[in-house]
Design a protein around this ligand. Structure first.
Ligand code: NAD
Length: 520
């Protein structure tokens, strides 16, 4: 394979956009285009307001998309030496012209959505490959012979065979190579994960051309990733490894969440248990934080895909094992909502409930499969006076659209003015006069009052800023926290909040210092 000079990424979403941007940033000599059918999304990628919120993304995109002028910088060495950073031509382009960009590419990364099927055979478990099939069909029609087609999307084990069939159907006899190169980035830390990956996985067929294609892709990554971190395996191992990685991460969360339920009824402290077991090097400390459970577009659908695969292979016990990871996730979320209702005397009628955090995790604007959605649905059945939502990553309009999409029943909208749900642009207004505040996403500004102050999250307006946010949100908070606020205005100096850990509700209500008249 000749050196790669042009890469096209099909799918400008949470994975395609950031991945292509980092590849372009690290390879100024390679032309990188990102294409999508969604015109609005491409327009945003070409603007200053990117469709994906990720720390550091805008800087990477600006350099690669807009180019840079030569810049003089002073090195912090003994001589304060001055050096000139050379100028850089743009090499990252966003477009809706799929066929033109694919036709120019040596390598096509297919990074389209692969959700769970919602109807037909395998509904609710199998992967919906419609977008992938349509993207590969476009590639088949436009790509030049010899193009390397790379599965970047997370796909069921065996999908490379389907891709081969589509390519052969549309271009019989034309040589194409298929690689699997799953993405392991996590939303919220995508740029860090892409710049400093734990590993890059490349799966290829074990033929001379397959291995040569893998070597060509390896060179693209090798400009910034150590060769020892670039792992080459066979196609099926690569496809399966991605599903298993997500299943194992989710399994740790469900495992620790089952233990939090035991802690609730014993004298054990879940954070102490997590710390104690995480110090064991065989286990490690990551993904051992108990909480509301996992959300996001990947864990659930990838476990379902693994379960479907196991059951299709007549391995029902294996399917059941992984299915239990999902059942525990629902159990934990229900446990949380039940506690909230029971702490509010078993009734939410007439009460305002504030929800801080709507995205599925901090530092992202992604709300797909957010636990908040299910929590809101369950709370609505209790007919509260208001459910007030604030999230620093989404505008009130975006939250309202999401509520409309997910929570509307067929005959009634839960949104104000007909219903009780309202989205706010700051946390103060959301929390004002509420009976309880549920922190569902651990954004830093909910954890650290100093940040909250800086970000004016707890400011109603300049002339009505909260006098003492420390008294309001005193110690470190995390998900599954609840604080009472009814009498907040009358008792600003009282500490309403207590140390909150993974499963703090019981402790919180036992220890909170309540101002007179505070409902809890
Ligand atoms: P996304 O929905 O944000 O983006 C997919 C994009 O593909 C959309 O913009 C859509 O318009 C576009 N698309 C669909 N069909 C197309 C076609 N035929 N031609 C051109 N564009 C088309 O999805 P995402 O979160 O970026 O995920 C993409 C894949 O990466 C999925 O398989 C997912 O499982 C996997 N993945 C996601 C993450 C994550 O954190 N989001 C992490 C690792 C892997």
């Amino acid at each position: 394979f000749p050196a790669v000079g042009n890469i096209c990424c099909v799918g400008a979403g949470y994975v395609g956009g950031p991945t292509a941007a980092v590849i372009a940033f690290q390879n100024p000599g390679i032309q990188v285009s990102v294409v999508d059918l969604d015109e609005a999304r491409i327009r945003k990628w070409n603007s200053r307001h990117l469709p994906v919120h990720e720390p550091g993304l805008i800087d990477i995109v600006r350099v690669a998309r807009d180019g840079t002028k030569a810049t003089e910088i002073t090195l912090s060495n003994d001589d304060n030496e001055k050096v000139v950073l050379p100028s850089r031509e743009p090499n990252l382009f966003f477009s809706t012209n799929v066929s033109e960009c694919v036709a120019a590419a040596d390598v096509v990364l297919v990074s389209v959505n692969t959700p769970t099927k919602s109807s037909g055979i395998g509904a609710g478990a199998a992967t919906n490959l419609a977008a992938l099939e349509s993207a590969v069909t476009s590639v088949a029609q436009a790509a030049k012979p010899g193009t390397v087609v790379v599965e970047k999307s997370t796909v069921p084990c065996g999908t490379a065979r389907t891709i081969r069939e589509i390519l052969t159907l549309h271009r019989p006899g034309v040589p194409f190579e298929i690689l699997s190169n799953p993405e392991f980035l996590a939303e919220g830390t995508a740029i860090k994960d892409l710049l400093y990956p734990d590993r890059i996985l490349i799966g290829s067929s074990q033929t001379p051309t397959g291995l040569a294609a893998a070597a060509a892709l390896k060179k693209v990554y090798a400009t910034w990733v150590k060769p020892s971190k670039i792992v080459t395996v066979n196609l099926w191992s690569s496809e399966l490894a991605k599903l298993v990685a997500n299943a194992m991460l989710a399994q740790r969360i469900s495992s620790i969440n089952t233990i939090s339920a035991i802690c609730d009824q014993t004298g054990a402290d879940i954070d102490e248990v997590s710390k104690a077991i995480g110090l064991d090097q065989r286990l490690g400390s990551k993904f051992l934080k108990a909480g509301l459970g996992f959300g996001g577009s990947c864990f659930k659908k990838d476990i379902l895909s693994l379960v479907y695969l196991a059951r299709s292979l007549h391995l029902p016990e294996v399917g059941d094992y992984w299915m239990s990871v999902l059942s525990i996730n629902e159990f934990q979320r229900d446990r949380f909502v039940n506690k909230v209702v029971s702490k509010l005397n078993g009734a939410l009628v007439g009460k305002k409930i504030a929800i801080l955090g709507y995205t599925f995790k901090q530092d992202t604007n992604d709300t797909r499969e957010s636990p908040a959605i299910e929590v809101i649905k369950t709370l609505l059945a209790e007919r509260p006076a208001e459910i007030a939502i604030f999230d620093p990553g989404c505008s009130p309009t975006e939250v309202r659209q999401e509520i409309n999409r997910h929570v509307c029943s067929s005959n009634a909208t839960p949104l104000k003015p007909q219903g009780p749900v309202e989205a706010y642009s700051n946390s103060y207004d959301a929390c004002f006069d509420s009976s309880a505040v549920l922190i569902l996403t651990p954004w830093d500004q909910f954890r650290y009052p100093a940040l909250a102050q800086k970000d004016s999250a707890f400011r109603k307006s300049d002339d009505q800023s909260v006098e003492n946010p420390q008294a309001f949100l005193k110690p470190v908070l995390s998900e599954m926290d609840i604080i009472t606020l009814s009498e907040y205005q009358r008792a600003k100096s009282t500490s309403h909040v207590m140390t909150a850990n993974s499963d703090p509700l019981s402790r919180l209500f036992n220890q909170v210092e309540c101002p007179p008249g505070c409902i809890h």
